[in-house]
Design a protein around this ligand. Structure first.
Ligand code: C2E
Ligand code: CA
Ligand code: CA
Length: 732
């Protein structure tokens, strides 16, 4: 099979020197299919100088072969071939999607076949015989058409790829990009909305922006979007929360940059000038700033809140107080500030450990919070100090109600890792503007009132009044002097005898500390020991006491009065330190005193707070021979179940129960109950604070023999005690 190909341009290439970077137009290839040799030759001659690459085929088979081998832009196809019909050739081309333009030529009788060829996609048809110009024109038209098609395809694909690039850019943007039309409906939104919020494009397109905006931000959204509608040049930033349908359902916060722009119509065509004037909308870029906001909020929360209890801290408290004071001034109303301090918190913290202390503070915060109204503020002011602002609180009565609520809520035992802890609080109350018109002054007043109630026995509330200023100044002074008192020998031990009323004999005495204050005279223990408990001085003071009582006890024995028992009051802090046992033992053996002559008084609360540790310590004391008394029995929180597990020997009936006895013939059930408990458990009984013969008679009649109180003796200095003991020894 001959293959004649004439490439005119290849000849040109030889003669023309083209610059390297000149892009040559590809030479268009033409297949001439003609079985008549003369006609084929004249065709070739005619087209020789047209800049085309020509290939000739003189039969249908040859044409098919050529088509198989090469790609052609144009086929000039004679329909009247002897071997294969022109239509079949076209079918072959279609089947193989050759896409060449086909100009069919035919003689008159082949009309059917021409129609068939055109139906199969032939571009044009020339009837033989045709003029050369007609052929050239038709070829030119076909190639032109083809070039145009190619150009169009190229542009379309370029468009498509640039559209792809842009869409990619938009969809891969970390931000949500959207457009709204003038009625506020989405005309475009990128894929990001789906990842961040769960909404697909279809969910939102055509929908109003209110579908997306969080309800609480709707007003703001309406305002900015509405504003954007009327201001053509508008650019604006606004922070809005968008709803989310993602599993967590939590709204996310976006900073929106809005730009008012002409928006293209949804069909993607350029708007005509007229339409574009009306076609304004909003172009928005929304950046997700949820995490930043949350971090900001956390930081600002932590700046103004106490980490342990999550209550407002001192800074926020003062801030709120200043606001509340401002409002009270404007409304000419009053407000109350409460200062709530836990009683003996340090003790729990030190004995049970700081983790438990923290837990206790958390539980306390929760309880206190339940007592407040919405408009009140509860804050953690310091270690174990809470403060509250109670706006619109006018009367002492109202404040008392709330303070009582606070105290009441503290009553049930706190459960801390299996320990039942009882905790009380002291509350000071000050009013604005009566007790201070400045923030710090008002807080100070409430604090002073709190100290007042602390000194008066804790677990209660007190209102500030100006006389307290003096008292608190005195307290500060007192604290200072107390530091020096011990070194300067101002402390003394006094003794209050305990009598067996059936014999009238002194069988023991309670050691009570006194402070011989250089200016204020003799201060009783109640006047300065609470201060020492609070500031830790109680420890060195107790050390001193141990030495003092041992010396005094030796002197008692020297009077010849045998076996007088000395009761000492044990500070809970001192017991908690754990070395009390060693200290007592060493003091006793150094002074050669029998442990059986000593009794230790502890309050019920010490046993309840940390029973295991307390039992251990007291057990050791018992083994040594020291006896243990429960002081102020009946006033604490002890439960009977504890009592018999404790190694105790004596119950001291508290003075408050004795005080009630004013009529010998009446019944005083609490006193009777305590007496029968002591009998039931085989314990000694001491009634303390006995002041009247009626009380003494009632107690004796009810089965209590040992008494201590002003009726018999007030606490007295050692010298007087020695006189009494010497007398008793002489009588014996
Ligand atoms: P307490 O152990 O209940 O002591 C009894 C208190 O009642 C003593 O007050 C005593 O003077 C007082 N009192 C005794 N009989 C009567 C009476 O008939 N009528 C009245 N109105 N009062 C009476 P004081 O000495 O002020 O002691 C107060 C508390 O201080 C004591 O209460 C005790 O818990 C503590 N305390 C006293 N001395 C010491 C001490 O040396 N060490 C420690 N840790 N605490 C002590
Ligand atoms: Ca006592
Ligand atoms: Ca007592």
């Amino acid at each position: 099979m001959t293959h004649r190909s004439l490439t005119l341009s290849s000849l040109d290439q030889a003669t023309l020197v083209m610059p390297e970077d000149f892009e040559r137009p590809p030479t268009e290839t033409v297949l001439l299919v003609e079985d008549e040799p003369r006609l084929l030759r004249s065709l070739q001659a005619l087209l020789q100088h047209q800049g085309l690459a020509l290939t000739a085929a003189s039969s249908g088979m040859e044409a098919i072969e050529q088509l198989r081998q090469s790609r052609f832009d144009l086929v000039i196809l004679d329909l009247g071939l002897p071997d294969i019909g022109g239509q079949e050739i076209m079918e072959f081309m279609n089947l193989h999607q050759m896409g060449a333009h086909v100009i069919v030529t035919s003689g008159a009788p082949e009309v059917e076949s021409v129609i068939g060829a055109l139906k199969r996609g032939a571009y044009d048809y020339l009837r033989k015989p045709y003029a050369s110009e007609e052929l050239l024109k038709t070829i030119d038209k076909a190639l032109q058409h083809r070039r145009l098609q190619a150009e169009n395809r190229k542009i379309a694909s370029q468009l498509e790829s640039s559209e792809r690039v842009y869409r990619n850019l938009v969809d891969c943007s970390p931000d949500i990009i959207y457009t709204l039309d003038d009625s506020g409906c989405f005309t475009f939104i990128n894929n990001r909305a789906r990842e961040l919020l769960g909404f697909t494009r279809e969910d939102l397109l055509g929908k109003h922006y209110s579908e997306l905006i969080h309800d609480e931000d709707m007003e703001r959204a309406n305002y900015v979007f509405g504003e954007a509608k009327y201001d053509r040049r508008l650019t604006r930033s606004v922070e809005l929360r968008f709803k989310s349908i993602n599993p967590d359902n939590a709204p996310r916060t976006f900073s929106n940059e809005l730009l008012r722009t002409p928006t293209p119509p949804a069909n993607g065509l350029a708007p005509d000038a007229d339409a574009s004037a009306k076609m304004f909308g909003i172009y928005g870029v929304a950046r997700d700033i949820t995490d930043n906001r949350q971090a900001d909020e956390l930081i600002s929360h932590q700046t103004y809140h106490d980490i342990l209890t999550d209550l407002p801290n001192r800074v926020l408290f003062k801030d709120r107080l200043s606001l509340a004071m401002f409002q009270a001034r404007r409304n000419e109303s009053k407000l109350a500030v409460m200062f709530i301090d836990l009683d003996r918190f340090k003790l729990v913290n030190e004995s049970l450990g700081h983790r438990m202390g923290d837990e206790l503070l958390q539980q306390t915060a929760l309880r206190l919070k339940t007592c407040l109204r919405r408009c009140d503020t509860l804050a953690r002011f310091g270690d174990d100090e809470f403060t509250a602002i109670l706006p619109e609180l006018t009367s002492r009565q109202d404040a008392t109600l709330i303070a009582d609520k606070f105290l009441e809520c503290m009553k049930p035992a706190f459960e801390l890792a299996g320990h039942a802890i009882h905790m009380t609080a002291s509350i000071g109350i000050a009013f604005y503007p009566d007790n201070g018109t400045e923030i710090d002054a008002l807080i100070r007043s409430s604090g002073i009132a709190m100290y007042q109630i602390k000194a008066a026995g804790k677990n209660g509330h007190a209102f500030f009044d100006d006389s307290m200023l003096d008292a608190s100044r005195k307290n500060i002074e007192l604290e200072h002097r107390l530091h020096l008192a011990q070194d300067q020998g101002e402390l003394e031990m006094h003794y209050q005898p305990q009598l067996d009323v059936t014999t009238g004999k002194i069988i023991g005495a309670e050691a009570l500390m006194r402070w011989n204050h250089p200016e204020r005279g003799l201060l009783s223990a109640g006047e300065f020991l609470p201060l020492a408990e609070d500031n830790g001085l109680i420890i060195p003071i107790s050390d001193w006491m141990l030495e003092a009582i041992c010396r005094d006890l030796l002197a008692w024995n020297a009077t010849g009065c045998e076996g007088i028992r000395l009761s000492l009051n044990l500070s809970p802090q001192y017991l908690d330190r754990g070395d009390f046992y060693d200290k007592l033992q060493s003091a006793l053996s150094r002074h050669n005193i029998s442990p059986t002559q000593v009794e230790v008084e502890v309050t019920e609360n010490i046993c309840i707070r940390n029973p295991q540790a307390a039992i251990k310590q007291l057990d050791k004391l018992c083994q040594l021979g020291v006896s243990v008394a429960i002081d102020d029995f009946g006033t604490g929180y002890s439960s009977l179940s504890y009592l018999h597990r404790f190694p105790i020997h004596t119950l001291k009936i508290d003075r408050s129960f004795i005080m009630e006895i004013h009529d010998e013939s009446a019944q005083f059930p609490v006193v009777l109950a305590i007496i029968s408990i002591a009998k039931g458990l085989g314990l000694n009984l001491v009634a303390e604070g006995v002041e009247t013969p009626i009380q003494a008679a009632y107690l004796e009649k009810s089965g209590c023999r040992i008494m201590q109180g002003y009726l018999y003796h007030k606490p007295m200095p050692q010298s007087r005690m020695l006189v009494l003991l010497t007398e008793q020894a002489g009588l014996a």
